[in-house]
Design a protein. Structure first.
Length: 289
């Protein structure tokens, strides 16, 4: 009987031990699952700081300022000394009456507390702005005489028909712009025809309308002038062909480096100009007419 009771006690104690072990394991498992939340709760409630404070790990307090001779003997709380530190009683500032009147007028509440006045620091910058923004003086305009100097005098040749119907060659001095191709410029001015002042002098051009100079090249002393097909047709007949050739040859040979002119039509050499039989198969000079 006694043996049965001892066995019952042992079984009960074993069962109790197993129960508590299982309970501890469950608590540890739950605790491990919620470890992150526990850390956040401890950090939010400052649990570690409270434990350190209660355990004697108090942070060293700031040393109290020594009382000055000008301050009263009464001790003030620590919080009041921190806030009242910038403000010094008037009796302890012997230099305050020496401030200039202008400084008193412009000084604000921030200067009275020892802070810099932003208006005083901005004044030098504002004064320096007109000098930084000053624009350089505009460059003087180019005088008209300098613009005229960029033009040159060119010799152009037109014709005039006298009372007897004879075609007379007439040289004209024309002011044209200076460029890298003076020969092209002179011939382009010739193809544009006489000016209004020249027309009043009864000057005309026998070069057919629609004539265009496609290219101009000087090789040695010969100028190769390439015209379009409109240069081939002149309704004035043989005299018209001879007149237009004289105008072109005399204008081109006005340059000292050009002695004669080879006429090309659309880049090709032709023996005759038009159907009248004016020969252009070789270079033409002023002596050819």
């Amino acid at each position: 009987m006694a043996t049965r009771r001892n066995n019952d006690k042992r079984s009960n104690s074993n069962a109790g031990t197993v129960f508590w072990l299982a309970a501890i394991v469950i608590v540890l498992f739950v605790f491990a699952l919620n470890w992150g939340k526990i850390q956040e709760t401890l950090a939010r409630t400052n649990f570690h700081e409270i434990v350190k404070t209660q355990g004697g790990d108090k942070p060293p307090s700031a040393p109290k300022p020594e009382p000055s001779a000008a301050k009263p003997a009464e001790t003030t709380p620590k919080a009041s000394t921190v806030t009242a530190a910038p403000a010094v009683p008037a009796k302890s500032q012997p230099t305050a009456p020496q401030v200039a009147p202008q400084a008193k007028e412009t000084a604000g509440p921030e200067q009275a507390q020892g802070k810099p006045n932003p208006q005083a620091t901005m004044k030098p910058v504002a004064a320096a702005k007109p000098q930084a923004a000053a624009k350089p003086q505009a460059e003087p305009s180019v005088p008209a005489s300098a613009q005229v100097a960029k033009a040159r005098s060119a010799s152009l040749f037109f014709v005039r028909i006298d009372d007897d119907g004879v075609i007379v060659r007439q040289e004209v001095a024309r002011q044209i712009s200076v460029s890298d191709s003076p020969l092209l410029d002179s011939l382009a001015a010739l193809l544009n025809g006489p000016s209004e002042a020249e027309i009043r002098k009864k000057l005309i051009s026998l070069v057919p309308q629609g004539t265009k100079l496609l290219s101009a090249q000087v090789r040695g002393s010969t100028a190769f002038l390439n015209f379009n097909e409109a240069f081939m047709y002149n309704h004035y007949g043989i005299e018209g062909y001879a007149g237009q050739l004289k105008q072109v040859v005399y204008t081109a040979t006005a340059f000292p480096t050009v002695q004669d002119v080879q006429i090309l039509i659309e880049g090709e050499k032709h023996d005759y100009l038009g159907g009248e039989g004016v020969f252009i198969g070789r270079p033409l000079s002023r002596n050819s007419f």
